[in-house]
Write a protein that binds this ligand. Structure first.
Ligand code: SME
Length: 166
């Protein structure tokens, strides 16, 4: 994991998170369908930032894999094996992964040749990862620890609602 905490856009994004997070929560508050909520959240994040791909992978316990959930961006890998790639690292470690250059990440799964840096946040419910939020950028080192902090609130909100959603 490569962390960069002094990304040039960090301050600008910090302000954006302050404005956008309450809007994202409001968007999800009235609906109990999980697919609808994750789809709208992926679209809202994708629409707010110029990232290459934004979406969710959900844990498929029966197959011990991550399976593609709602997303925005180009067609992506449907299933990701346990123990391989950035999303699986977030699943295994239960910690956010900030990767400046995915090509330098051992075992990275290249769903799109255009992805260069990546941010993955686990969604943890009752001590287990149920899904990850995966964000890919076509720019190198596009994510910082400030982005992890920025997404914390919405990811925690999703986790808090997860079992109430149908
Ligand atoms: N790069 C990810 C795979 C998912 S796609 O980027 C959408 C990984 O290594 O886990």
């Amino acid at each position: 994991m490569i962390l960069s905490s002094n990304h040039p856009e960090a301050d600008n994004r910090k302000d954006l998170f302050k404005t956008l997070t309450p809007q994202w929560i409001a968007l999800l508050e009235g609906e109990v369908n999980r697919t609808s909520n994750l789809a709208n959240l992926a679209a809202a994040i994708y629409g707010a930032f110029e990232w290459h791909w934004v979406g969710f992978y959900e844990v498929d316990e029966r197959r011990d894999e991550l399976v593609l959930g709602p997303f925005q961006g180009p067609v992506a890998c449907t299933r990701l094996r346990h123990g391989k790639g950035v999303c699986a690292a977030a699943w295994d470690t239960m910690e956010a992964q900030v990767v400046d250059d995915v090509h330098a990440f051992p075992g990275h799964i290249a769903c799109s040749a255009l992805s260069v840096s990546e941010l993955v946040l686990p969604i943890i419910v009752d001590g287990h990862v149920v899904a990850v939020l995966d964000i890919d950028s076509a720019k190198a080192a596009d994510f910082s620890t400030a982005d992890v902090k920025g997404f914390d609130r919405i990811v925690n909100y999703v986790a808090s609602r997860w079992n109430h959603w149908e």
